[in-house]
Design a protein around this ligand. Structure first.
Ligand code: PGA
Length: 265
């Protein structure tokens, strides 16, 4: 284990996106509970991020059956309450014992026009309500092709973290998700993932200080499967995985958690 990884407990998160109605979600959570052994989660944290309409049902299953999986959400409003038709408040999520909230996923940035400023405000809303943001960053294929990956990551991280207290940054999770790897079956190589995650950690160090940078967890996301988990988790700056499509199948997701825990991080 490299000294830089010491103390960072990996987090494997399942982003269900807009899949599974509440009955299917109950089934998926139970299935995961039946498969996951105590040894699988002895050294790895696990979260699932269902759609909003599923969260209450999944909460009941996880808590009622003592399943060692944290509840997550995929998004939240900036405001705590008020005239914001169609939005879901971070206060409401915290009340349902949601622990982790995805912020700034590339699908939100792309399809719902979430700017760096909106993402920064959501990140603060999550922290204000005592939850952990899983703050997503990543370059598009066009940015990558013209060599702008590091510049884009620096801009995204700087825009969101500037002004956030150091202790709050230390408690956060950043998910490096290159947009070209999401849902394409073409994951980043471990070398590329490591380079980007190390770069992100360096940017966090310059914005929020060394201590926050060495404490905060950085996940890799984008076409993660059981068979690429170990090589990605072997990277010293990759502290976990954000899994989309492969998290919908409890058996497959359990394999990913198991492979992650085998890396001994
Ligand atoms: P994928 O999605 O694993 O299906 O590529 C990852 C994500 O968008 O979080």
């Amino acid at each position: 284990m490299s000294p830089s990884t010491l103390g960072r407990r990996p987090l494997v998160s399942g982003n269900w996106k807009m899949n599974l109605d509440h009955l299917e979600a109950i089934h998926a959570a139970r299935d995961l509970g039946l498969r996951l052994q105590a040894s699988d989660v002895a050294s790895v944290d696990v979260s699932v991020h269902p759609p909003f309409t599923d969260i209450r049902s999944v909460q009941s299953v996880l808590e009622g059956e003592g399943i060692p999986v944290a509840l997550g959400a995929q998004n939240c409003a900036i405001e705590d309450s008020g005239a914001f038709t169609g939005e879901v408040s971070p206060v409401m999520l915290a009340k349902l014992h949601v622990e982790y909230v995805l912020v700034g996923h590339s699908e939100r940035r792309m399809h719902f026009h979430e700017t760096d400023a909106i993402v920064a405000a959501k990140l603060r809303a999550v922290l204000r309500n005592g939850m952990v943001p899983v703050f997503c960053v990543g370059e598009t294929v066009d940015e990558r092709d013209i060599g702008l990956t590091q510049e884009r990551l620096t801009a995204q991280v700087g825009a969101a973290l500037t002004g956030v207290p150091t202790e709050a940054v230390a408690s956060m999770v950043i998910a490096y998700e290159p947009v070209w790897a999401i849902g394409t079956g073409q994951a980043a190589t471990p070398e590329d993932a490591q380079e980007a995650c190390a770069w992100i950690r360096g940017v966090v160090a310059s914005v929020s200080g060394e201590e926050a940078a060495t404490t905060l967890r950085i996940q890799y996301g984008g076409s993660v499967k059981a068979d690429n988990t170990e090589s990605l988790m072997a990277c010293p700056d990759v502290d976990g995985l954000l899994v989309g499509g492969a998290s919908l199948d409890a058996a497959g997701f359990t394999e990913i958690v198991r492979a992650a825990s085998r890396t001994g991080r």
